[in-house]
Design a protein around this ligand. Structure first.
Ligand code: SF4
Ligand code: SF4
Ligand code: SF4
Length: 344
């Protein structure tokens, strides 16, 4: 694909043809505020916050939907641009609760960030009272439509990324909202609880039920299935308090299913989890060391002929673990009786 060069705020920027004006600005380190844009989703142009002025083009186009063209002259901070952005964000704030201090998204909220960037310190418009009840039916996250800024990132995520289509935008004007088919509860919908919409919500409208900010993060791999999604575990006091998909994970590129996103902390910290081998003695399981357990198993293996042995590996284990399992069967037990549980 050929390169094109345009100027943004007087700076020459070269990008691949097909890039949008927003992508060109981001590539050059020029900040354009956005609320409905996500690099994971198709351009939408709904929030009108990323508008720019382009010489010899009428109006103020949204930079996220405007293709960059060679020779284009873009201005991102003119008075007209600032006025439109200011008004768009003021309208959102008028429709948004002011309980930021107790919101789980506080300090990670993109509306806070954009309002601060635009220097909005007070609202000229009257505040709208909360009018929606909160949908708490999903076991892992809540949907508070009073905090929703109608960016449609969640609904687009559910159809473009997850390909479920459990939610969509319904109604118009003040009644516009994120809704399930038939306007029922999330729990009663076809939602798979993957939480991908929660991960893409820029504000606290879709928020996990349990969330504490971590003090450090650790990269790990989900052990629930053979896809091997890369996780970023948020840790606080040696406990997992959050899980997010690793955008650099080659298998999942930041995405997770319900098990990886919401099913890790409970089993890692479960008091019922086996943390040492158990050997049955006199009809009762007793704790043993790994050496004792391995010696016992090795002794039992050697009492059978190779053709009497079989190894069943696991579709929930990693490729590497499955490789080792078949190697162990063939090279150590001298049997070709190897299978796995993928067909259950
Ligand atoms: S949790 Fe997943 S399936 Fe459910 S609404 Fe969100 S994106 Fe769609
Ligand atoms: S719930 Fe969040 S992601 Fe969905 S439209 Fe509202 S603000 Fe946007
Ligand atoms: S997050 Fe889901 S798909 Fe990914 S490895 Fe875990 S269980 Fe498999």
């Amino acid at each position: 694909m050929e390169n094109i060069t345009l100027t943004i705020n007087g700076q020459c920027v070269t990008v691949k043809s097909g890039a949008t004006v927003l992508e060109a600005a981001q590539a050059a380190g020029i900040y354009i505020p956005t609320l409905c844009h996500s690099p994971d989703l198709k351009p939408y142009g709904g929030c009108r916050v990323c508008v720019v002025e382009i010489e010899s083009m009428r109006g103020l186009p949204t930079s996220c939907t405007t293709p960059a063209v060679a020779g284009m002259k873009v201005h991102t901070e003119t008075e007209a641009v600032k006025k439109v952005r200011h008004t768009a964000v003021e309208l959102l704030i008028a429709d948004h609760p002011s309980d930021c201090l107790t919101c789980s998204k506080d300090q990670q909220c993109e509306l806070q960030k954009v309002a601060a960037y635009l220097g909005i310190r007070e609202t000229r418009l009257p505040k709208k009272a909360p009018s929606f009840s909160v949908d708490t039916s999903n076991p892992f996250f809540d949907l508070d439509r009073n905090k929703c800024i109608l960016c449609a990132r969640c609904t687009r995520t559910c159809s473009e990324i997850t390909c479920i289509g459990a939610i969509d935008m319904a109604n118009r004007g003040y009644s516009m909202k994120v809704a399930t088919f038939g306007d029922g509860l999330l729990f009663d919908s076809i939602c798979q609880s993957c939480g991908e919409c929660v991960a893409h919500c820029p504000v606290g409208a879709l928020a996990p039920k349990q969330s504490l900010p971590p003090t450090r993060e650790v990269v790990s791999t989900c052990a629930y299935c053979g896809v091997g999604c890369s996780l970023i575990l948020g840790v606080r006091d040696d406990k997992i308090v959050s899980v997010r998909g690793n955008p650099d994970g080659p298998a999942n590129r930041g995405k997770l299913c319900v098990k990886g996103r919401y099913g890790i902390a409970d089993f890692v910290h479960s008091p019922e989890r086996l943390t040492s081998p158990l050997i049955k003695k006199n009809g009762r399981f007793e704790k043993a060391t790994w050496e004792e357990a391995i010696e016992l198993i090795a002794g039992k293996f050697s009492s059978y002929k190779p053709e009497e042995l079989a190894v069943i590996s696991s579709s929930r284990a990693s490729n590497e673990d499955n490789y080792i399992a078949q190697k162990f069967a063939r090279a150590v037990l001298h049997t070709n009786n190897v299978d796995n549980c993928a067909r259950v």
